[in-house]
Design a protein around this ligand. Sequence first.
Ligand code: ADP
Length: 450
Amino acid sequence: MFDKILIANRGEIALRVLRACKELGIATVAVHSTADEDAMHVRLADESVCIGPPPAKDSYLNIPALLAACEITGADAVHPGYGFLSENARFAEILAEHNVHFIGPRPEHIRLMGDKIAAKRAAEQLGIPTVPGSEGGIGSDEEARRLAGETGFPVMVKAAAGGGGRGMKVIRSEADLPSALAMARAESKAAFGDDTLYLEKYLERPRHIEIQVLGDGKGRAIHLGERDCSLQRRHQKVWEEGPSPALNTTARDAIGETVARAMREIKYLGVGTVEFLYDDGAFHFIEMNTRIQVEHPVTEMITGIDLILEQIRVAAGNDLQLGQDGVKFHGHAIECRINAENAVSFRPSPGKIIHYHPPGGLGVRVDSAVYHGYAIPPFYDSLVGKLIVHGKTRVECLMRLRRALDEFVIDGVETNLPLFRALAQEKDIIDGDYHIHWLEEFLARGGLAS
Ligand code: ADP
């Protein structure tokens, strides 16, 4: 096992990793920018190192500073959390060159899944169903026109290097094609330094359903069921739940086993999420994230399995102890991403928290790194924390969620708590009857104001 883990992240995920390390008896090193001197992860870690000024590129993305921090503290492993360097294959390689373990998959798998065209091709070869569309990148506008014609409008063009919904455009007719391609290319070039696009059938009303996997890199791999993340705004997840209201046990076992088999075949190491659009009873692969995800607590609540702990164990070379038969699903969990932002305009609202009272009680979990008097810096994402609620049934989970949301007090900054309070009362949500555009349609018709 590792002796000392450096956590190359901040906020709630840094704290989440720290908790797992403490339970395993592993010493922890926090790193922080000058804007995060007072952050909770810094306070709770055994040691901390300042790695640079506030902008992420100078601190949390600063590889030389992180290497120096490993060397100064003698950390033998790095946990990257999510975001930042978590899907940077080069970072994993550089750490290995310096005899520091990267807690994540092998660089070749990070690289493969980071290139969305290569990932889609790999998925097809592994027997995972994908969205119909181009075989690889699209070259000229003429080729795009031909492919779109074959696939049938509407189509979607996406950035091969994509992430966070950038470089994606829906194209409804041939006339819109040239301008949409130009916009998607420019956006992709600006965000990722690469303007390769690919094209796929645009699915009108699918659900976003993803499968959590865990492998030991030696050919043992299991799935831990699904999360339904269909409630999104601008392709960003807002509300996640598991199990999906749209799946039954047979469908879950079938897709779960397909994915687990693929992970066994490639000898996948660590945690990962295979994302699908689910439309008309069929799954279509869109991408794989080779890291822990924001919404991992949903799976932890319904399986009772600590994903970060398992992630650290397998990264240290331990065999996967859990077999598929050992994974049992209990009840229902919902996660709400509480952001410091205006609930209507979504404008970020950094600043000082003057009152903070998180909800508690049976089945209520809050993963957050804020505290009374903490000032949310303006430099990073606006996540204040995650409220995760568990119940024996979905009905009980929703009842508990409404109660927990009522109890939650965060004063001094604006938050999207009013949005969640409204969602938890909506008939479609209560019925589990929603798709990836539901939330934007709800907001467009002024659902929150009414
Ligand atoms: P990113 O890596 O940028 O997050 P994804 O491929 O994961 O991009 O897609 C993000 C979201 O975009 C999906 O959850 C879904 O809402 C939407 N999306 C992606 N592909 C399609 C498609 N073919 N049809 C309809 N919606 C899509």
